[in-house]
Design a protein around this ligand. Structure first.
Ligand code: 13P
Ligand code: 13P
Ligand code: MG
Ligand code: MG
Length: 362
C-alpha cells in the first residue's frame, strides 16, 4: 500500500495582528477533517505556527488529489467565515481566489506532499515556519542531507553513505534542476545560497525514494503584490535509510538569518520553538519554526513529539534573540532590510515610485 502525506497550510486570519489563529479556526479545520477520517483521509493532525494553520493529512489518493485538496480548501473556507465574524486580522489572507477547481496550487495555500511506500516503522518530521519563505529551508536541508559535520550518518551509515539528490527550483524563472551530492555539492551550494532565487523543492535518496518535500508557493507572485510571506512547511523522512531524527533537527540548533519577519521585508534569525511558543510578536517575529516528529503505520499517525520543545534548543532560542537584537539595531537599513530584488512586491515600491519624478539626471 502506498501512503500519501499531505501538508497543506494557509493563513486565514489571526488575533491582534499576525500572531496566531483563534482556537475556533483550528476547531473548524479539525471538524472538517474529522468528518473525512476513515473516508477520504486515513488520519490527520492540525496545528499552527504563528498565524498559519497547517493540515497534516494521510491518505491513499496520491499527491495533487482533487478530493484531498477540496477538503483542505473547504476547511480553510469554513475557518475564514469564522475569522471574518470575529473580525480577525487578515481573514482569508492566503485564499487568493474564489475560483477553486479542485487543486489549491496557485490559489494561495502552501503545499508539501509525498507518496511513499511505508517502511515497517515509518518516521517523518513535519516542519512549519512563520514569517519567512521556503528558501529558509535551503541551508538546513543541505546540512541534513549533505553535510557530514551535521549528519554523522553520511560518514557512518552505509545506507546513506552514497548521498542524496536535490531538486532545486528557480522560483522566479519557473525552472528546476536536480543535483547529486556529494559529487555536485559545490554546484548545489552555488545555487541554493542565492536564497532570493532558488529553493529546494525535494530531496531523494540515490535509489529514488523521496526523502523531503517543501512548499515553495510564492504568494507575492500569485497575488502580484505583498500579501504576507509564504511561511513554508516541509516533510522530512527520518531514520533507517535517511538521516536520524536528531540529525534532521540539529541544523536548527545553530540559528541562521533568513528573509521575512516584519512586513516580509527584513532579515532575521529563524527561532526553533515548541508548538505553544509559536507566537511571533516581537517586531512580528522573530521568525519561528516548529518541528513535529511522527511515527506512522498504515497511514495512522502516532504522536507527534513536539521536537523543538526540547530544552536542548534553549541555547538556540537565546542565540536567536541575540541575533534579533543585532539586526534590529539597523532599523530601516540593510542588511536588516532586504535588498530590492526581495522587496519588489512590498509596499516600499509605492514609496519609491512617488519619488521617481523628483529624481534629477546627474
Ligand atoms: P497593514 O497594517 O496595512 O495590513 O500592513 C501591515 C501588515 O501587517 C502587512 O501584512
Ligand atoms: P504573515 O505573512 O505571517 O501573515 O505576516 C505578515 C506580516 O506582514 C508580518 O509583519
Ligand atoms: Mg498573517
Ligand atoms: Mg504567517
Amino acid at each position: 500500500m502506498k501512503t500519501t502525506i499531505s501538508l497543506i497550510k494557509a493563513d486565514i486570519g489571526s488575533i491582534g495582528g499576525h500572531t496566531k489563529p483563534h482556537e475556533r479556526l483550528l476547531e473548524a479545520c479539525k471538524n472538517r477533517l474529522e468528518e473525512e477520517k476513515g473516508k477520504t483521509l486515513i488520519d490527520y493532525y492540525v496545528t499552527n505556527c504563528g498565524d498559519d494553520i497547517e493540515l497534516i493529512m494521510t491518505h491513499t489518493k496520491g499527491v495533487d488529489s482533487k478530493d484531498v485538496h477540496t477538503i483542505a480548501w473547504d476547511a480553510f473556507k469554513e475557518g475564514t467565515k469564522i475569522a471574518k465574524d470575529l473580525g480577525l486580522y487578515g481573514a482569508g489572507q492566503d485564499l487568493l481566489s474564489d475560483a477553486f477547481s479542485g487543486n489549491v496550487r496557485g490559489m494561495g495555500p502552501g503545499i508539501a506532499e509525498m507518496e511513499i511506500e511505508e517502511r515497517p516503522a515509518e518516521v517523518f518530521v513535519a516542519f512549519m515556519a512563520d514569517k519567512t519563505d521556503s528558501s529558509a529551508f535551503n541551508l538546513p536541508l543541505y546540512e541534513m542531507f549533505a553535510n557530514p559535520f551535521n549528519t554523522a550518518g553520511l560518514v557512518l551509515d552505509p545506507k546513506i553513505h552514497d548521498g542524496f539528490k536535490f531538486e532545486v527550483q528557480d522560483v522566479k524563472g519557473h525552472k528546476s534542476i536536480t543535483l547529486n551530492t556529494p559529487e555536485e555539492s559545490y554546484d548545489l551550494l552555488a545555487l541554493i545560497g542565492l536564497t532570493d532565487i532558488y529553493a529546494v523543492k525535494r530531496v531523494y535518496r540515490k535509489s529514488g525514494e523521496i526523502a523531503a518535500v517543501a512548499s515553495t508557493e510564492k504568494l507575492s507572485f500569485i497575488a502580484g503584490k505583498y500579501v504576507g510571506k509564504d511561511d513554508p512547511g516541509m516533510i522530512v523522512r527520518a531514520q533507517s535509510g535517511y538521516p536520524a531524527t536528531g540529525e534532521v533537527l540539529d541544523p536548527f540548533a545553530r540559528p541562521f538569518y533568513i528573509a521575512g519577519w516584519m512586513r516580509g521585508s527584513h532579515r532575521g534569525p529563524l527561532m526553533p520553538v515548541g508548538e505553544k511558543d509559536a507566537i511571533p510578536t516581537r517586531f512580528d517575529g522573530p521568525p519561528r519554526i516548529i518541528a513535529l516528529a511522527f511515527s506512522m503505520k498504515n497511514g495512522i499517525l502516532v504522536g507527534p513529539v513536539d521536537a523543538f520543545a526540547d530544552v536542548g534548543f534553549d541555547k538556540a532560542r537565546e542565540k536567536a534573540n541575540e541575533m534579533a537584537d543585532i539586526m534590529r539595531r539597523h532599523g530601516p537599513f540593510q542588511p536588516h532590510l532586504l535588498p530590492p530584488g526581495e522587496l519588489e512586491y512590498a509596499t516600499i515600491s509605492e514609496v519609491l515610485k512617488k519619488l521617481e519624478p523628483r529624481m534629477k539626471k546627474m
